[in-house]
Design a protein around this ligand. Structure first.
Ligand SMILES: [Mg+2]
Length: 360
């Protein structure tokens, strides 16, 4: 079954995230919420959808996809997903092993899995594992506000919307304390540091300062994210869970993270590290190492939907990351809305939903 056509589309939507006027936040670079959609067509006339990372750099990934990857992928066998990914990675490795080329390969891979499940006549999750969950719990992934009052207000709003786990992107202890006071004590908080600390010592001091605050994990505590030994040193000294992995360039990085004993929670990102094929490889590695896996997926398009199918298939229930932003025109409308803290898993063949054309 040959690939006959590959198109890219940028879906752009305005959004709000509950920031107050005084909020400085950390999100000023996000002028709109952009999703790079990858449409792959095969000779039987079917088409599948993927998503390649991401946000306000989607034009760069689109360029890699349109100019490098798509011409090399057209005419190839759509059913040999792993082989195509390996061929593209090898052929274009000198453009970087972690970045727009890998993101583009991820988008193609997701679209090909969508097609594979469509051809089999089953929802994607049925090809990934046996659990067949109809609903997956969601965690609210709040953007950075940088102002305690704004953090507290949005935590209360997330609780009101039914979320039972909440992640912050705050590094200021005042903001984190405000969140803790605003949420019921039984709701765990996750703290995404985005590599803010320059040393393991700083990160350990931070982890100690938030002890006793019902913290499920501290995410990417140190800079740079490739310093797996530093992450492992933080994990060794701190008394909280450590998560990382969204910046991995592929399963090989996860092997090294796991060998370094750096992780309590692995966070592969399906639009970044090679698509569903790579995600399944990481899942096998994490299971072997007895490490939890909660995908990184602050997305709104096929990347979110692919992660949802993955979690629907997993033996262990884990929450899906939902970026806490209200989009004026989400790629799937309100089909993936969170209700009482859960998202319904589409049951149609493949990914089960078609994106609504965006504004670009
Ligand atoms: Mg993160």
């Amino acid at each position: 079954m040959k690939i006959t056509k590959i198109e890219s589309h940028i879906h752009r939507s305005g959004f709000t995230y509950g920031a107050g006027e005084a909020g400085v936040g950390g999100n000023l670079h996000l002028r709109g919420m952009d999703t790079l959609l990858v449409r792959v067509e095969t000779e039987d006339g079917r088409h599948g959808w993927g998503e390649a990372f991401g946000f306000n750099l989607v034009d760069t990934t689109r360029d890699a996809l349109d100019r490098l990857l798509a011409p090399a992928a057209i005419g190839q066998d759509a059913e040999d997903i792993e082989g195509l990914g390996r061929m593209l990675s090898k052929r274009f490795h000198n453009f970087g092993r972690n970045g727009p080329v890998t993101f583009g390969i991820s988008g193609l891979d997701i679209a090909l899995w969508d097609l594979k499940a469509q051809r089999a006549g089953v929802p994607l999750h049925a090809l990934l594992g046996p659990a067949a969950r109809r609903h997956v719990p969601a965690y609210a992934s709040l953007l950075r506000y940088g102002v305690p009052g704004d953090v507290a207000r949005n935590v209360r709003e997330a609780v009101r919307r039914g979320y039972r786990q909440i992640k912050l992107h705050e590094v200021d202890l005042g903001c984190i304390r405000a969140a803790r006071e605003a949420a019921p004590a039984e709701i765990p908080l996750m703290l995404d540091i985005n590599c803010a600390w320059d040393s393991a010592d700083e990160a350990v001091a931070f982890c100690r300062a938030v002890e006793g605050m019902n913290i499920r994990w501290v995410e990417e505590p140190t800079w740079p994210p490739e310093d797996f030994a530093a992450t492992a040193a933080v994990r060794e000294a701190a008394h909280c869970g450590i998560s990382a992995g969204e910046n991995a360039g592929g399963p090989r990085d996860f092997r090294h993270l796991l060998e370094a004993r750096a992780l309590d929670v692995a966070q592969p990102s399906v639009t970044k590290l090679g698509g569903i094929t790579a995600l399944m490889e990481v899942a096998a590695l994490a299971a072997e190492a007895d490490v939890e896996l909660v995908p990184h997926c602050p997305y709104f398009g096929p990347g979110l939907l692919a992660s949802l199918h993955f979690l629907a298939a997993c033996a262990t229930e884990q929450p899906i990351e939902i970026y806490f932003a209200d989009l004026a025109s989400p790629p799937y409308g309100d089909a993936l809305a969170v209700r009482d803290g859960f998202i319904a898993v589409p049951e149609g063949p493949g990914l089960g939903l078609q994106p609504i054309p965006g504004s670009r």
